[in-house]
Design a binder for this molecule. Structure first.
Ligand code: BES
Ligand code: MN
Ligand code: ZN
Length: 503
């Protein structure tokens, strides 16, 4: 998908020219109090009539388009609701932008304008408002059409202009646009990778994508091949890959924008299973196609490092992707097999479908070599996460209070909220094995927790956070700025964390 161009312009709604102008409106507010009173006069009061007659109330995501018929320089007005003024958040704004851009596209308008909302959500800045606007608009217009032979041309919204009332807003809004474009294009990239089927997006293709990103940005890359992994002793990742014809990859990317080059890095590790059949512990057929998105975590750490480089964030960042396809096959790992992980610890593989924690065990152990100041892994790790949290919360675990708080705040701001779960040692009794240091499943009860606790055995005493996105990586329905299918959720959470800690 081509990312729309976003511009800023000091301009009032009454004098702006555009094919369509989006105006936000809060429920229950009189028009006069808002910026639109002048506009309403130009329209001979029809805006006011619409609001008074409750044909348009300003409820969140309510959208109304109408033609100005020459009464104004803009051809169409698109009113979009923000809900009650006191409840407006960055998320409301993001959603309003998603809902309105869809209406704009429906009207076959290629370039439109949006007036900056007049309400500033509590505790937020105009930088953040502009960022949320851009995110909502770009992500709301997301489409994945690569494999369709009939695409209607000219149906893409190519440009959005944010109209600001005064020059003083130019700087914050420009910065917000810069950030919003970066976080949205990162999310689009993740959605695309997740949408590509596993026959296209193989581990080798993931490595190729990573290489081309490294080449285009100021990022160094190392891709370990199977023989190298054998030499190092990555028995867990190799075990998962055994059943597949596709060779595994271990990708390490480094971006260094830090002032002090030797600064300790933030390290991100993303689960990258290009398809999860379950292996010999085969999954049921229903919805198995969703498992092409079992590489969401890896795509997100890849997108994040690209965005960090594009934003020139002043920090040192390393992204690690252990990549494999989980297949049953003549040489596949079998229940009861014991693998030796990179850390030296042994694992009895009682269920080959609990493969994410295995590849992450090697990914996390490798990450420790960089002595991270913060270590974050992100993974579509457990079905239990879906059961526990449903569609609206991401599971979070961690060993470091400050890091957990930072991630929590970033999630709140990004509209990708995390919910902390316990990482109590008591649960480890469920992971005990009779024959190895531990087993890879924890039995019934607390499946998201035992998976996280398993990972914790591979992070030493490094400040660490684990993010389980199995609940949110795939959406059953279309929402304001979230499509049906792969959502890319987690990308903006990671990026917001990186932005907030470095700027
Ligand atoms: N990739 C799955 C988890 C998943 C499930 C992600 C649903 C998204 C939606 C993971 O590899 C898996 O299969 N986990 C097993 C673990 C079990 C065997 C202990 C699960 O959750 O069923
Ligand atoms: Mn699995
Ligand atoms: Zn999996």
């Amino acid at each position: 998908m081509k990312i729309m161009q976003v511009k800023v312009e000091v301009q009032h709604a009454e004098t702006a020219t555009a094919e369509a102008l989006v105006l936000t409106h809060c429920e229950g507010e009189a028009l006069a109090k808002q910026d639109v009173s002048l506009l309403d006069r130009a329209l001979a009061g029809s805006l006011g009539t619409l609001v008074r007659s409750k044909e348009f109330e300003g409820k969140a995501n309510e959208v109304l388009l109408y033609h100005t018929q020459g009464t104004l320089p803009v051809k169409r007005l698109v009113l979009v609701g923000l809900g009650k003024k006191s409840d407006v958040t960055l998320e409301t704004i993001r959603q309003a932008m998603g809902s309105s851009v869809k209406r704009v596209r429906q009207a076959k308008v290629g370039s439109y304008a949006v007036a900056l909302p007049t309400v500033l959500p509590a505790g937020m800045s105009w930088v953040e408002v502009a960022q949320a606007m851009v995110e909502g608009a770009i992500l709301g217009s997301y489409q994945f059409t690569v494999y369709r032979s009939e695409v209607t041309p000219g149906r893409e919204v190519a440009e959005m202009r944010i109209l600001i009332p005064r020059k003083a807003l130019l700087r914050p809004v420009t910065e917000g646009i810069r950030r919003g474009v970066a976080t949205a294009e990162a999310t689009v990239f993740v959605r695309d990778l997740c949408n590509h089927p596993s026959n296209v997006l193989t581990p080798t293709r993931v490595a190729d994508e990573a290489k081309s990103i490294a080449k285009a940005e100021k990022i160094t890359i190392k891709v370990l091949e199977q023989s190298e992994m054998e030499r190092l002793g990555m028995g867990a990742l190799l075990g998962v890959a055994r059943g597949s014809q596709e060779p595994p990859k271990f990708i390490i990317l480094e971006y260094n924008g830090a002032k002090k080059k030797a600064e300790r890095p933030v390290v991100l590790v993303g689960k990258t299973i290009t398809f999860d059949t379950g292996g010999i512990s085969l999954k049921p057929a229903e919805n198995m196609e969703h498992m092409k998105a079992d590489m969401t975590g890896g795509a997100e750490v890849l997108a994040s490092i690209r965005a960090a480089a594009r934003l020139k964030l002043p920090l040192r960042l390393i992204s690690i992707l252990p990549v494999a396809e989980n297949m049953p096959g003549g040489r596949a790992m079998k229940p009861g097999d014991i693998v030796k992980t990179l850390s030296g610890k042994t694992v009895e593989v009682q269920n080959t479908d609990a493969e994410g924690r295995l590849i992450l065990a090697d990914g996390l152990a490798y990450a420790l070599r960089y002595k991270p100041t913060a270590l974050i892994d992100i993974a579509t790790l457990t079905g239990a996460c879906v059961v526990a949290l449903g569609q609206f919360a991401i599971g979070m675990f961690g060993t470091d209070q400050k890091l957990k708080e930072q991630v929590g705040k970033a999630g709140q701001k990004a509209g990708e909220r995390v919910w902390e779960m316990p990482l109590w040692e008591e649960y480890f009794e469920q992971l005990k094995s009779d024959v190895a240091d531990m087993r890879n499943i924890g039995g019934r009860g607390g499946g998201m927790i035992t998976a996280a606790l398993f990972l914790s055995k591979f992070v030493g005493d490094c400040p660490w956070v684990h993010i389980d996105i199995a609940s949110t990586d795939w959406s059953e329905r279309e929402r304001a700025y979230i499509p049906k299918g792969p959502t890319g959720i987690g990308t903006r959470l990671l990026l917001q964390y990186l932005i907030d800690r470095s700027l």
